[in-house]
Design a protein around this ligand. Structure first.
Ligand SMILES: Nc1nc2c(ncn2[C@@H]2O[C@H](COP(=O)(O)OP(=O)(O)OP(=O)(O)O)[C@@H](O)[C@H]2O)c(=O)[nH]1
Ligand SMILES: [Mg+2]
Length: 285
């Protein structure tokens, strides 16, 4: 399947970000804790040269806690300050606020020595589509300042949001990059809903998910849909058989009682994306 997705609006958004980078002290990059490496846009590195960098592993509530801890260790010392985050949870912002102050300490210190008072820290919030940038900003601001939604491409342009007098955040549209270096990257981004579902073969994607889960979380599908431990039939390939069983278990049938594979695929992906299969990490350091 061809996963590459780099429409013109992303080129435009990236150009806007390059134009605004000189205004900010810090880049707050969001990646998805379930795929922390695949979820990082390599073009942000070049753009963010010389800027303080915070890396939030967002949606940590959906990821495997032990694997997230391994990722935090792996990213530490790579020129970014990594932190797990859950933008849906209230009262979880103090660690981020203090990390922002910490990464910008030099600038704050310089201002103080020059007698500059009250200049706010400015941060660009950047990352792949649907990773939770706008939700993160709303969480920090404690109000619905930025539009959010459960699909990629919700934020269309830039928006500055002030958090009191000391911090200003720039919300940006999610951007991908022209060529995924490895085949697993596109697949992982498709799984978490950062690519446009309309361009994807969701049945094939769901089959891939079943195979990935079979390796690392063998009981996730069985438990959720109350299936037998092993597929009942062996004639069909494993993933297709499992998908058919999910369709039967959920009564997603076409005329004549034929399992509706497309609806089963959508259901499985939706259940994975929203955490109903349990806390799952697709990528390990
Ligand atoms: N479980 C969970 N869901 C989250 C978290 N953060 C954001 N979401 C959900 O993820 C979806 C996307 O959130 P947005 O804030 O719109 O994402 P975005 O990065 O601004 O997306 P674009 O503007 O399209 O690039 C929404 O349905 C949010 O509720 C999180 O930490 N945990
Ligand atoms: Mg947004």
């Amino acid at each position: 399947m061809n996963y590459q997705w780099f429409p013109g609006h992303m080129t435009k958004a990236f150009r806007m970000m390059q134009e605004n980078i000189k205004l900010v002290d810090l880049i707050i990059e969001l990646t998805d804790a379930r795929v922390p490496k695949a979820g990082r846009n390599p073009d942000l590195d070049a753009m963010g040269k010389g800027k303080a960098r915070l890396l939030l592993l967002n949606k940590a509530d959906l990821a495997d806690e032990a694997v997230t801890a391994q990722w935090i260790a792996a990213f530490t010392g790579e020129g970014v300050t990594p932190l797990p985050f859950n933008a849906k949870e209230s009262g979880s912002t103090e660690r981020v606020r203090s990390a922002i102050r910490e990464t910008c300490r030099e600038r704050i210190e310089r201002d103080r020595k020059r007698g500059i008072v009250g200049r706010p820290i400015r941060a660009m919030v950047a990352g792949i589509p649907n990773v939770g940038k706008s939700t993160f900003i709303n969480r920090l601001a404690a109000r619905s300042a930025a539009k959010t939604g459960n699909k990629p491409g919700v934020t269309k342009g830039k928006q500055w949001i002030s958090l009191g007098k000391e911090l200003q955040l720039l919300d940006t549209p999610g951007v991908l990059w022209p060529k995924f270096e490895e085949p697993g990257i596109g697949r992982d981004l498709a799984m978490i809903g950062s690519l446009n579902d309309e361009n994807l073969d969701l049945t094939e994607l769901a089959a891939e998910l079943i195979i990935l889960l079979q390796q690392d979380y063998p009981e996730a599908v069985t438990r959720r849909y109350e299936l037998s431990e092993e597929p009942r039939e062996t004639a069909l390939p494993y993933a297709a058989q499992r998908l058919a069983e999910i369709a039967e278990a959920k009564n997603l049938l076409k005329q004549g009682g034929v399992p509706d594979m497309d609806r089963a695929a959508s259901l499985l992906l939706e259940d994975f994306r929203s955490g109903r299969l349990g806390r799952i990490s697709l990528e390990r350091p």
